[in-house]
Design a protein around this ligand. Structure first.
Ligand SMILES: NC(=O)C1=CN([C@@H]2O[C@H](COP(=O)(O)OP(=O)(O)OC[C@H]3O[C@@H](n4cnc5c(N)ncnc54)[C@H](O)[C@@H]3O)[C@@H](O)[C@H]2O)C=CC1
Ligand SMILES: O=C(CO)COP(=O)(O)O
Length: 289
């Protein structure tokens, strides 16, 4: 809708639609993927078999981690299309609000600045303010990692733990995101921008967020299976949490909040036990000076 409002021609493909992917991709300048994480590699491999101009830009809006490789979506697109520009689009962008034409801001990040600028122009308008950023990994990890913290935030609200607890959780969640991001090569300052703190605040405070909803329902005593069965759309944080736990263990990264969300999702602990585990951790400095 945003691109159409800027007079661009847009074609939409979905596996439920009648048009073939090849027909939709004929002569396109930009391919924007918003496939859920589970389907990214499959769709990218299909796209690889179609003729595309070498200038075609890939934009990815998926927020997740590949369970097999722990790669981010943009890393998958870049591996399959090594000679094409890849741009990450991420920010505090709850789609229902954008559909309602409420104002929002977002970030487009790429190793190729001109590609990010092209995409910035395509989507920018008086109701959607788009910033460029040179740290695609950081921007992508902000949108991906906050989903795990949003599950925890949903639990926090579901248990009615109060505003102080929520502020503590979100702030320490950001510290955890920065720690993981730094370890994987992303820049600290990116996490304090729209795609990090911005998206964290949006997702942790909105019932429109599916990840927040997962936490909220679990706190209300529903099982994960029941919660996911009644959820409209994908809650990427569930898969992200599992992938993250596996990689954090391998790389010895401290991820206390992720660990409690993981154990909760696995059905190993109750929401109350997860809270106690976090509150009773060894006391320590807020950060290492
Ligand atoms: N909804 C939102 O507010 C936002 C969503 N995102 C991200 O966008 C992605 C998609 O989210 P939603 O559209 O909300 O989820 P959704 O569940 O509504 O849509 C995902 C789509 O991916 C399709 N899909 C899955 N596997 C496929 C495959 N192998 N081949 C073809 N299609 C496949 C599904 O059929 C579905 O239409 C997620 O990674 C999400 O984190 C990012 C920003 C905002
Ligand atoms: O990423 C989002 C908003 O920026 C959407 O959050 P959910 O996937 O939790 O609905």
């Amino acid at each position: 809708n945003l691109a159409i409002a800027n007079d661009h021609q847009v074609r939409v493909w979905s596996r439920q639609g009648s048009q073939t992917l090849q027909a939709v991709l004929k002569d396109v300048q930009i391919v924007l993927s918003a496939i859920s994480m589970i389907g990214v590699r499959d769709v990218a491999c299909q796209v690889q078999s179609f003729p595309l101009s070498p200038e075609t830009i890939f934009v990815t809006a998926t927020k997740g981690l590949d369970p097999q490789t722990t790669c981010t979506p943009s890393q998958i697109w870049q591996t399959i299309f090594p000679n094409h520009p890849v741009v990450v689009l991420s920010g505090p962008n709850l789609s229902k609000e954008i559909q309602m034409e409420l104002p929002a801001a977002s970030v487009v990040a790429s190793n190729i600045p001109t590609a990010a600028e092209v995409v910035q122009l395509v989507f920018s308008s008086h109701r959607f303010r788009v910033y460029t950023n040179p740290d695609p990994l950081g921007v992508e990890l902000g949108g991906t990692l906050k989903n795990v913290i949003a599950i925890a935030a949903g639990v926090c609200d579901g248990l009615q733990l109060g505003t102080n607890a929520k502020a503590a959780l979100v702030t320490r969640g950001l510290t955890e995101m920065v720690r993981i991001g730094n370890n994987w090569g992303a820049k600290t300052e990116t996490f304090y921008g729209l795609s990090g703190l911005g998206d964290l605040l949006a997702t942790c405070n909105s019932p429109l967020s599916r990840n927040y909803q997962v936490g909220y329902q679990l706190a209300g005593g529903k099982s994960l299976t029941e919660t996911l069965a009644n959820l409209q759309g994908t809650a990427e944080g569930v898969n992200t949490c599992r992938v993250l736990m596996q990689r954090a263990k391998q790389e010895n990264i401290a991820v206390p909040i992720t660990e409690q969300v993981y154990r909760l999702l696995q059905g190993e602990i109750t929401p109350r036990q997860a809270l106690d585990e976090l509150m009773l951790r060894d006391i320590k400095p807020e950060y290492n000076y």
